[in-house]
Every structure is written in structure tokens, then in C-alpha cells.
Write a protein that binds this ligand. Structure first.
Ligand code: 5GP
Length: 203
């Protein structure tokens, strides 16, 4: 039986580059699955249903909530976001590492449910850089940019609750940092008990 996979929480303010970091991390570690959340927010240019998120109506989201289909969910900027339970547990049981790209309230809930998860917070080099990146994205209006900046400041205060922080100043370095953290965590003795047993049983 394979050891359980590693559950990794990746958080960071909107615009910090989590998606880009994740794309590269994903291509460097074959044993990673990124969980796809459900959201009630509208799709941005370049996003794809079933790839970035499952874009659903509030009614559908609430029905799934009543069916207890989420590991956690949170309201962010007036929209609902939730991590579907079944695929995450299924992947972990198969020994796959799973990344949840979620905000701080969701991270708090997941830490309680999975105390041996690993949490990583991505910080921008400064608030000014974050604001520029949000504006560069151009897909949000001024009101939602201001709202996201306010939320970002509150979220960044909570980076102290995470196991690791990575500053996304240089993308290549940030990707390398996240890959190294995951690699080190994968080698922990406590995560490799079945593997050790298999080696010891070999005649
Ligand atoms: P965005 O609208 O920029 O894609 O996401 C807004 C925030 O919601 C981001 O911080 C993102 O990581 C977070 N988020 C995405 N999916 C989930 C989820 O399933 N649960 C929680 N708690 N947060 C999520």
C-alpha cells in the first residue's frame, strides 16, 4: 500500500502569481495534482471551465454545500469558492500529492482537518509590486482591485500562520523554493512508514 500523499496548501494574495508558480511546480514534480475548486465568480479571459475552476451558479454551489460535498469553502470578494472533498481524498489515498490553492480562511479549516498538511504562503516583494500586478491583469475593475488590495493586506498578516513563506520576486527562484519545500517534506520519515516496511520485508 502506498503511503498517503502530501496535502499542500498554497496561499497568497490575489495577483501574487500563485497560478504561474503552480504551473511550473506542477511540471517539475510528476506526483502532484492540483485540486480544482468550484466557484461562483465569473470566468476571466483566458480561463477554462474544468481547468482553472468549475464555474457554477450560487444555486448549484449551495446544493453541493447541503450535500456535504466540500472539504472547506469560503466567501471571497462576494463570491463563493470551495474544495471538493471526494477527488482530494481519492488522490491522497493513491499516494498522490495534492495542492490546494486556497485563501487563508480555507487554509485554517484544512489545517484542522489534516494536521500533517504543509502550508506555503507566497508573498509579493512589496505591496506596490502587488498593486502593479493586479492592475496589469486588467480584467478587474477599479473597485474590485481596491477590494483585492484590502483583502491582500489582511491575508499577508496571516502568512505567520503558515509553515513556509516564499517571496515571488523572481519567478524561477520562487518555483525552485516551492519544489524544494515539497521535496524535503516528501522525505520525512513519518510520511514513508509503508515504504520503510516494504524495504525491510524484502528477502
Ligand atoms: P481568484 O478569484 O483570484 O481566482 O481567487 C480568489 C481567492 O480564492 C484566491 O486567494 C484563491 O486562492 C482562493 N480560492 C480559490 N479556490 C478556493 C477554494 O476552493 N477555497 C478557498 N477557501 N479559497 C479558494
Amino acid at each position: 500500500m502506498p503511503d498517503k500523499g502530501l496535502l499542500i496548501i498554497l496561499s497568497g494574495p490575489s495577483g501574487v502569481g500563485k497560478d504561474t508558480v503552480l504551473d511550473y511546480v506542477n511540471s517539475e514534480n510528476e506526483n502532484i495534482n492540483v485540486s480544482i475548486s468550484l466557484t461562483t465568480r465569473t470566468m476571466r479571459d483566458g480561463e477554462e471551465n474544468g481547468l482553472n475552476y468549475y464555474f457554477v451558479t450560487r444555486e448549484y454551489f449551495e446544493r453541493k454545500l447541503n450535500e456535504d460535498a466540500f472539504l472547506e469553502f469560503a466567501e471571497y470578494g462576494g463570491n463563493l469558492y470551495g474544495t471538493p472533498k471526494a477527488p482530494v481524498d481519492d488522490m491522497l489515498n493513491k499516494g498522490r500529492n495534492v495542492i490546494l490553492k486556497i485563501e487563508v480562511q480555507g487554509a485554517e479549516k484544512i489545517r484542522k482537518l489534516y494536521p500533517d498538511c504543509v502550508s506555503i504562503f507566497i508573498l509579493p516583494p512589496s505591496l506596490a509590486v502587488l498593486e502593479n500586478r493586479l492592475r496589469g491583469r486588467c480584467s478587474d475593475d477599479e473597485e474590485s482591485i481596491q477590494q483585492r488590495l484590502l483583502i491582500a493586506k489582511e491575508e499577508m498578516k496571516r502568512s505567520l500562520e503558515y509553515d513556509y513563506v516564499v517571496i515571488n520576486d523572481d519567478l524561477k527562484k520562487a518555483v525552485g523554493d516551492v519544489v524544494s519545500i515539497i521535496a524535503a517534506e516528501e522525505f520525512k520519515t513519518s510520511r514513508n512508514k509503508n515504504k520503510i516496511r516494504e524495504v525491510m520485508n524484502y528477502e
